[in-house]
Design a protein around this ligand. Sequence first.
Ligand SMILES: *Cc1c(COP(=O)(O)O)cnc(C)c1O
Length: 236
Amino acid sequence: MESETAKNAVLERLESIRQKLRTACESAGRDPQAVTLMAVTKTVDPELINTAVDAGVHVLGENRVQEFLGKRELYRADAEVQFIGHLQTNKVKQIIDKVSMIQSVDSLHLAEAIDRAAEHAGLRMPVLLEVNIGGELSKSGVSPAELPALLRDVQQLPCIEVRGLMTIPPPAADPAEQDAVFAEMAALYREMQNEAPLSVLSMGMSGDYESAARHGSTMVRIGSALFGARYYPPKL
Ligand SMILES: *Cc1c(COP(=O)(O)O)cnc(C)c1O
């Protein structure tokens, strides 16, 4: 059982994040409603996750297939789950009918596996293409140079619907650099909107969501700022 103190801490952090998001959006002339707050659930107790869902956070982000499959039955029914972690092609089948979007598509190979699994399950899967905007420091994601070709190829797949872009920028040295990276990502997103009807730009995490919101993010993915620092039990 999670204590009332732990639940109240989540509610207080949530209020503070919402306030900061509102301020960030308003400072950039954006409608705060245009930014969805996703709760990132890795390592978090389902009871605390449901505390956030009860308070109006309806989109949950999952990183790990096994952890997700073990916890999903415990989530409130009005929570929708999106997959945001690195996904191996042989695990796609396990999640295809349990998530409403896969945000981490960074190769045609993975997209084809999702397309096949979606066809088999009789559905069409919304996806985001993950972009490695920071260059070599981050390992996952397609480079901006390779993005147009990947977008074109994935759009040909019948059981996939490309909804937008996702990025995890490397930690920035200072706020100006952080702003520059998000501005670059927003420009790339606008450019790709000429190629496809994209409506989701998923960028911004606990340490940088205000900057991301000022630069046009439509979804921030927040873990530790909402649930507290993650605790990874030592491997036995
Ligand atoms: C863990 C994770 C987040 C959230 O990270 P915090 O810094 O704790 O907010 C967001 N996106 C992805 C893809 C993640 O793996």
